[in-house]
Ligand binder design. Structure first.
Ligand code: ADP
Ligand code: MG
Length: 435
């Protein structure tokens, strides 16, 4: 189907308009709808209510020239993309160039216009102005997209800032919580140490009679030696050798008593737990020596099956001694409440998976009942008349504070085995095992 092209011809020469009209109405290519204006005023009036596709405008007209008229028409937004062809007289090429610069899409020289050149110029001019309109529309769209994009970026930036702020607040909150948790943990740690200390004082209180007996022995000896010296001095039978023997006896026994008191004081001391290298065998020896009289009183034999090359562990020697002492004293109680007649305790050590040292205390006592097994680590749980029920719970928290583990071996057929393990001081052990 042929397209209809709306043409406005502006020319004060009627004959020219007739010629152009004839050219176009005979066209086989397109269908032209032609309007005419014989003056600029008529053209301006016409364009108020019409929008042609192409305007043929004569340069030389009375009152106003073709270029000024074209510029006035172009100011009207609805005519901004209409195509304009300037028609100039012969020899007016400079005018044609000016017209092109001012927005005309093509120009024709009056005397050379033919049907072919006119139609070709119209089609070209329309194509150009269409192109110009497309470019302008695309630019507008692009600007709109840009605006949209900018507003999206702005919105996203604000959202991001809000999220960042939220995150900042959460972080601050978290740091505060961590700080508070650390405070609580350090308080808990202090409490545990205080409890461990209180429990040591309890142990000393419970062992008071045995300890008094132990100190009493050297004190009695000292008294005997002193009496002996006094007798010798008063009876005039002074023998220098006897006096020397007696005084050196006094000195030795005082030293013995002093050592016992020192050991008790060391054990009872309230000190910040240390983190030092520990030889567990030395601590086992110390615990046995502190409780030996009690053991003897119950007629109990303590067997030590210890590996002398056990690697060192890392921790507080007083607290670990306290654990071993707790286990030994529980074993004494369990054995003395048992009528089996087998009064034995075995203390063993071994290296466990190359990462831990394990110590076990096995006794031939009456063993745990299902109830005491279930509640053994509850604070203040005791089955004893004079018991406090804190020995096992404190022992376990001491071992756990040393990154170890303490447990009752439930595979034990008779009596009890309690085990605990402590991490090996790695660097030393690997160094030792490499050499
Ligand atoms: N070696 C053991 N054999 C049998 N029962 C034990 C042994 N060690 C602990 N128990 C049980 O666990 C309970 C809790 O022990 P512990 O916490 O040391 O408190 P206490 O010795 O003051 O009773 C004991 O009362 C006892 O019933
Ligand atoms: Mg106990």
């Amino acid at each position: 189907m042929q397209k209809t092209i709306n043409i406005l011809m502006i020319d004060d020469s009627t004959s020219c308009r007739i010629v152009y009209r004839n050219f176009l109405t005979n066209s086989r290519e397109n269908n032209y709808h032609i309007s005419e204006a014989n003056s600029p005023q008529e053209a301006l009036e016409f364009c108020k209510s019409n929008q042609p596709d192409c305007v043929l405008v004569d340069y030389q007209m009375p009152d106003i020239d073709g270029i000024s008229l074209m510029q006035r028409l172009q100011k009207n937004a609805s005519l901004a993309y209409v195509s304009y062809i300037m028609i100039t007289g012969f020899g007016d090429e400079s005018v044609a160039v000016k017209a092109l610069k001012c927005g005309a899409h093509d120009y024709l020289i009056k005397d050379t216009i033919s049907a072919l050149t006119l139609e070709k110029a119209i089609i070209n001019a329309i194509e150009k102005s269409d192109l110009k309109r497309d470019v302008a529309l695309s630019r507008q769209k692009l600007l709109k997209y840009n605006d949209n994009l900018e507003s999206i970026v702005k919105k996203r930036t604000i959202e991001l800032e809000e999220v960042n702020q939220l995150l900042d607040n959460k972080n601050k909150q978290l740091l505060q919580e961590i700080g508070e948790r650390e405070k609580v943990q350090s308080k808990l740690h202090d409490r545990n140490n205080e409890l461990a200390h209180a429990s040591r004082l309890c142990i000393i209180g419970q062992m008071a009679s045995e300890l008094a007996h132990e100190i009493n022995q050297p004190l009695s000896s000292i008294r005997i030696y002193s009496d002996f010296i006094i007798n010798k001095m008063t009876s005039d039978l002074t023998n220098d050798k006897d006096i020397t023997t007696a005084t050196s006896g006094i000195s030795k026994q005082s030293e013995l008593a002093e050592n016992i008191v020192k050991r008790i004081m060391k054990f009872a001391k309230k000190a910040t737990p240390k983190q030092i290298e520990i030889n567990v065998n030395a601590l086992i020896a110390e615990a046995i020596s502190l409780s030996s009289l009690e053991g003897e009183r119950h007629g109990i034999t303590i067997h030590q099956q210890l590996d002398d090359n056990i690697p060192p562990v890392w921790g507080d020697p007083i607290q670990i001694t306290q654990v071993i002492l707790n286990l030994l004293r529980n074993s004494f109680d369990a054995i003395s409440n048992n009528d089996q007649g087998c009064n034995e305790i075995f203390i063993r050590n071994k290296t466990f998976s190359n990462h831990f040292v394990e110590i076990s205390v096995q006794d031939s006592g009456k063993g745990f009942t299902p109830e005491s097994l279930a509640r053994a680590f509850d604070s203040f749980f005791t089955t004893k008349k004079e018991g406090l029920g804190i020995g096992l719970s404190i022992s376990r928290s001491i071992i756990e504070a040393h990154n170890g583990k303490l447990w009752i071996d439930t595979n034990c057929k008779s009596g009890t085995i309690i085990r605990f393990k402590l991490p090996i001081k790695i660097s030393d052990y690997t160094n030792n095992s490499e050499t």
